[in-house]
Ligand binder design. Sequence first.
Ligand code: FPP
Length: 238
Amino acid sequence: MSEITENIPRHVCVIMDGNGRWALSHGLQRKDGHRQGVEAVREATEFAARKGIRYLSLFAFSEENWGRPKSETDAIMSLMVHAIHRETPTLMKNNVRCLFIGDIEHLQPDVLERMDACMNQTSDNTGLTLVVAVNYSGKWDIMQAVNRLMEEQPCGKHPVTSETLSRYLSTAGIPDPDLMIRTSGEMRISNFMLWQLAYTELYFTPVLWPDFRNPDFEAAIESFTNRKRRFGKIEESL
Ligand code: FPP
């Protein structure tokens, strides 16, 4: 199903923002905005798979989101459980491998069960890898990596390199994002993949996540393809 073009980003990550504002602007409840957001997730996943993007990472729920009213966090978790269950056959059909990253061990058992089942079922798929960040924060990721590294390699034995630390991050084995998209006009990283975003191209759009459609994704890719990435070097030395 892929229509691979040159110079497309290998890894795109998305901060899906604006579900609440979308709902309010339609006279609906915030949870309806999240429901509509799931539709945008489906469309973006299919688009990425078709485009030949290798990794699509979505910030679905941050550690900080627990500060929202319980009715809203319950609604998001329930939406996620149902969406994972409903969409797994489509992921299989589209050869998509699904991974969940974040402090997921502490989620409710029913949520964790669904995630595990989806990860197991899709683990041999070889197309797009869909990385869903749940109960995730960039600082948590770095801290858990440092803690695991210290447990396995007691201090002083070997110097810690960037490559060593990367191997302990929740994104181990996944290339750093080439492009990060944030919807809804906010221009922040909001504790998303802090380590991994070091040289990522940033793209901000005013479109609210539930309205984010293929032409919006296409515009983000086009902006990326027109950029010159120098990674701190000058053009001649690249
Ligand atoms: C941000 O909008 C959105 C969220 C915190 C939740 C996003 C979750 C989903 C779309 C469900 C994902 C499900 C799967 C299976 C990946 P906001 O509520 O912060 O919007 P606002 O800034 O307008 O209030």
